[in-house]
Design a protein around this ligand. Structure first.
Ligand code: AHM
Ligand code: MG
Length: 324
């Protein structure tokens, strides 16, 4: 079985990018360890703090964020980091080549019930001569990502990575190495499985309600086939299912927050997951266009997300075209 480093070398990955990815995995292994210990290490539960988006922070949100910051900002290649849990970007080495953006612990509302969570990351080139404590250098569209991925902390810990040459999965071994276990992952074009938080139905745009309405009619409706539904409430686990066996995952626009297109954040969730999905042959949209073509104006900007099996996402896009 191949080590992550051997695989990246085989793909002719840029040496410095390889170095950075290896460093990221060091932080994720540390997070995996904390998660494994759970209540024994006293790391479960909620703090009195809220993050910049007004969400209450779990102890493990803060611990994971600190681990990633410490490991990455001590690396000379890192010019700065931006995190879902930080109000502002944090500068690193001003001559560093990379910016790293991350959601330290996605799905953390599930921590206390021991459901799978994950670290999502996105790597960008650091533009020269910029101030990396400001938002500007980070506001690059998803198309500019050099690499993206996540580490899913589930029954096994898995690194799912793309450097723009397909998607590959690496399982954390008992020796602490990420070993290649799934090569060149491809999302099936068609699916009978959807994932959406149905409790928000009344707040969606009409095209989304129409689409889901027809899906629910199953074989008796215009789709002429029955669908199954899943909702883990942990995007990283949801996207992992889509990458593994296909499906459509959506967190759409919601009338309760009209100025915020959705719940998920473009820089830490939308863009990295979209790069993985597109690299695996799927589609990742905001219901109107590809997420990675959206130009972000704010480091914590939200985005509607509908991603997964290409033919299914195309059908969803048709409902939205009709609705305009
Ligand atoms: P988080 O980054 O604070 O964990 O929030 C994002 C999560 C996603 O992982 C998941 O898809 C969604 O929030 C679940 O939302 P809901 O609580 O509406 O089911
Ligand atoms: Mg998240």
């Amino acid at each position: 079985m191949q080590l992550l480093s051997q695989f990246l070398r085989r793909q002719d990955t840029d040496e410095e990018l390889m170095d950075l990815i290896t460093t990221l995995t060091v932080a994720c292994k540390e997070i995996a360890l904390k998660l494994r210990q759970g209540a024994l290490a006293g790391v479960l539960g909620t703090t009195d703090n809220t993050n910049v988006q007004g969400e209450s922070q779990k102890k493990l949100d803060i611990i994971s964020n600190e681990i990633l910051k410490t490991v990455l900002l001590n690396h000379t290649l890192v010019a700065g980091v931006a995190s879902e849990e930080e109000s502002w970007p944090v500068p690193g080495n001003k001559d560093g080549r990379f910016l790293v953006l991350f959601d330290p612990l996605d799905g953390s509302s599930n921590i206390d019930v021991n459901v799978s969570v994950g670290t999502i990351f996105s790597i960008l080139e650091a533009p020269e001569g910029e101030d990396f404590s400001t938002e500007q250098p980070y506001l690059q569209s998803g198309r500019k990502q050099l690499a993206a991925g996540y580490v899913l902390y589930g029954p096994s810990a898995l690194l799912v990575l793309t450097t723009g040459q397909g998607v590959n999965m690496f399982t954390l071994s008992h020796t602490g190495d990420f070993l290649l276990t799934h090569e060149n992952v491809q999302i099936p074009e068609e699916t009978r499985e959807f994932a959406i938080n149905m409790s928000n139905h009344r707040h969606w745009e009409q095209p989304m309600r129409d689409y889901i309405g027809d899906v629910l009619l199953g074989a008796d409706g215009p789709r002429e086939k029955n669908f199954n539904m899943r909702w883990i409430a942990s995007m990283v686990a949801e996207v992992h299912r889509v990458l593994t066996r296909g499906g459509i995952f959506a967190y759409p626009w919601d009338a309760r927050t009209p100025k915020k297109p959705g719940k998920l954040r473009i820089m830490y969730e939308g863009n990295p997951m979209s790069m993985l999905v597109e690299q695996a042959g799927g589609l990742a949209t905001n219901c109107y266009k590809n997420v990675m073509d959206v130009q972000p104006d704010d480091i914590h900007e939200r985005v509607s997300v509908a991603l997964g099996s290409s033919k299914e996402v195309e059908i969803l896009l048709e409902y939205h075209k009709k609705g305009v």
